[in-house]
Design a binder for this molecule. Sequence first.
Ligand SMILES: Nc1ncnc2c1ncn2[C@@H]1O[C@H](COP(=O)(O)OP(=O)(O)OP(=O)(O)O)[C@@H](O)[C@H]1O
Ligand SMILES: [Mn+2]
Length: 484
Amino acid sequence: MRIVTSALQHTAPRCKSMWWVQQALVWLVLGAAFTAALNFFLMSRGPPLATILSHLQSPPSSSSLEHHSLHQQVYLRGEVYALRNSEYLNWNQKNRTGITNAIHALYDHLPGVKVRHRTPSPHLHSLIHTLRQDITTRGVSSDPWDLAKKWANPRSLVPGSAHGLGDVLGALATAPIISSDVGHGGTQLKIFLLLKGGQRAVFKPIRYLREEIIEGEIYDGADRHNGEVAAFHLSRLLALPTVPLAVGRWVSLRKHILPVASKELATTFFKMEGGEVCFYGVCYYCNKNESVCDNGATLEGVVTMWLPPHLPLTQLHHPWARTYIRTKLAPWEEQPGYCEEVRQHVPYSWDKSPRLLDLMDAAVFDYLIQNGDRHHYSVIAGKLESAVILLDNGKSFGDAEVDHLDILAPILQCCRLRQTTYERLLLLTGGGLSLAMQELLNLDPLAPVLTRAHLLALDRRLSHILAALSSCRERLGGWHQVLF
Ligand SMILES: Nc1ncnc2c1ncn2[C@@H]1O[C@H](COP(=O)(O)OP(=O)(O)OP(=O)(O)O)[C@@H](O)[C@H]1O
Ligand SMILES: [Mn+2]
């Protein structure tokens, strides 16, 4: 470095403008060397690619950099990414050979995807208009529970054009609560409700403020009630109609829940010194230290509609489940060819069942909301053609600035997606997804349901999905090998 500088200084006095050019060159060289050294320094520490933060829309805010510099994980690769090292031990990160190359390929395709999909589709507004109108139009049905029951079948819970949806969501948000009970099974705090007119539903209370960041593993923390609301609206936008209807609702524990509570639920209620009513329910993680209190008259939460009796659920192990053991990798994390292995088993053959394509749709959906906790998936019992029922979406929207790319593993490894899902994704590019979500979520009683950062994260993640598919097209030799 010193040699370059002195050589330039030696020739400098000959002409003033030359001198300035040379000075600029010196600074350029110094700057480039510094950037290279910084890159090398940053890349040589921390784990390899696994979980990636990218700021596709705008430069990172100083607060986001502060947050991530705590983990010393900022990497430069044309953009700023941060890798979260808390998800797995370093040893595991090194051995996640099942997805590492596919993630690198995704990033190779990302710049092209961003250039191709810069502006929203001209057709987006009519989609938003239709979906909003379904919700804002009221008085369509005098029996909303019956309407929702008639809509539901093993492949769809809500039709694409759901005239009367506003009545059903309105009833979920306001119908008097006839009885309340503890949930059956599960790890999360929830209350079973019977609403006037005989409709069953489940209530999950607020556990976090909108802007709170959930640290740690992707499946850490309690369910996010707003995540359930957002997931329902996202499912409509993606034309993946298997998320049970969900709407935000305020309840008073004192006035609406306790007076109609079962004995088992009522015994978990107690009063704080200041008079606040609290409860902790019955579930795997439920205990008095994790109580939720109703300060005054209002406790916000999400009400999710229970599936009708003609659609009983059964749970199956998800082939791409995590191990939930920090020192143990799942087979999909180690084997790039894992999809071929999955396809050997009956329900996952491309030709014999829609199941694997449904799991690809689920991966798109889960990646967008950042749900990495679908260890089991639900289907309608006894129906081979049943869609994957996307219920339990509360482990979502944990950190707007972190993207757990491994949720895309099914797509990265199988390289296949429904043509219709792909086309819907294209309709939502160029910032359209965040715009549409904001428009839909604004109609919920709990608006704003998601922070701006979480809305923008949806657009960024959508580009990742398209980049993954673009790399698949290259790998397999054309879209006809990827889209079905
Ligand atoms: N809307 C619904 N309609 C019908 N059944 C439901 C509905 N929501 C949940 N269930 C049933 O209740 C079970 C537990 O619900 P859920 O998965 O939301 O609870 P959880 O505490 O988050 O469970 P986990 O800890 O396993 O994630 C589900 O597996 C499903 O069988
Ligand atoms: Mn859950």
